[in-house]
Design a protein around this ligand. Sequence first.
Ligand SMILES: Nc1ncnc2c1ncn2[C@@H]1O[C@H](COP(=O)(O)OP(=O)(O)OP(=O)(O)O)[C@@H](O)[C@H]1O
Ligand SMILES: [Mg+2]
Length: 402
Amino acid sequence: MVILLFFITICLLFIFLLFGRSKMISGLESKSGNDLLIGLIEDGLKGDIEGLEMQARRLASKLKKSDPKLSESISKLVSSSGCLRQSSSSHNTPTPVEPDSRQKLLIETYPVILRSQPVWTPAIEKNIERFLRERVMSEELLNEGLLPSRSLLMSGPPGVGKTLTAQSIASKLDLPLLTLDLASVMSSYLGKTGNNIKAVLNYASAFPCVLLLDEFDAIAKKRDDDSDVGELKRLVTVLLQAIDDWPVTSVLVAATNHGDLLDPAIWRRFDSLLEFDYPTPEQVYDFSIQWGFDKPTSTWLSENIVKASLAIIDKKFQQAKKNNILDDKSLLLSLIEVFEFKGAPDDLDIKRELSLELHNLGWTNKQVGEFLGMTGQRAGVLIREMRETVENPQQSLVLAEG
Ligand SMILES: Nc1ncnc2c1ncn2[C@@H]1O[C@H](COP(=O)(O)OP(=O)(O)OP(=O)(O)O)[C@@H](O)[C@H]1O
Ligand SMILES: [Mg+2]
């Protein structure tokens, strides 16, 4: 890294001398131009390679009009340093471990393969698309001296897709996903916790990746304990500093169930904020379609499932499908049982099918009628019709066609 830094600084100075200071200065007459040069030298001397790269890009952007050739040379030089395009698989630092137990502090996944695609509200989808676009076009943004978004804070109740969203981001950007569960890393010895967190942050900022800080509120919650306040403050400072210094090459994602517990200072530091909630009927509909249910069933499900997380809905769908296979029940009846729905979908064909199934389970006509939202007499007619269809499918086909 030091050699690379040295190389870039030397090259930039070389360009500076080669093209003539006067020519360069003419393109940088303003105070901001001088600041850029000073900043560039400062970052070089400090050994801040990211800062140096950023300043050099700004310089190139500033010189674009007055000296396009010089601007292009600087851009090429910075791009070829490969700082931004460092391969995600090129790192060979060992994963940090807890010093006593030697257990890994992080779960590392690459490539990230999703079990199912996330369904988002249009607002969240728009935000995520924007975030991804900034990442994909980071080179173009940097060339104009603009910093692409690096950090994202997601808050919301359990099971609404926060982890899935982090996985989706890592998968779309083709980066490894590193997950640190803050709740499990918090030990009663806060000093030790701080060191562990620092080790993880150092490790994750050294190569392109998505670092997910899960259960981010675990630190805030610790405030309620009688733990060492000074040590806790130091820990929060470590985190705030890490967010501020996060390299442009990586993505920092934090997830919390208790956004309200977080300090406003923490909220402010994140580039993007996503507030998740229980799914809307549209999300439930999309999720049911993704599960393979037909449109009328999905509409019915979306109208009847309220205030349940998609994680719970997912579990219930699995249960219903299992019951459908193992207990020889229709999928619809399995869904009704699993979700404990009090009524059936408002579709006569569906009602007809259900009427016989429920009757075969021992329900009286009156009970079937109540469930299907009709009189017992009407339910009796449906049951009879359905039984005839089942017992004599050929005849009912002829009747239907006739
Ligand atoms: N928005 C969603 N789109 C699709 N599936 C979802 C969504 N939300 C939850 N699920 C389903 O629920 C499972 C669990 O979701 P996930 O782990 O992302 O929730 P979470 O918000 O991170 O919850 P927690 O706060 O408990 O960590 C997912 O693997 C997926 O099957
Ligand atoms: Mg989660």
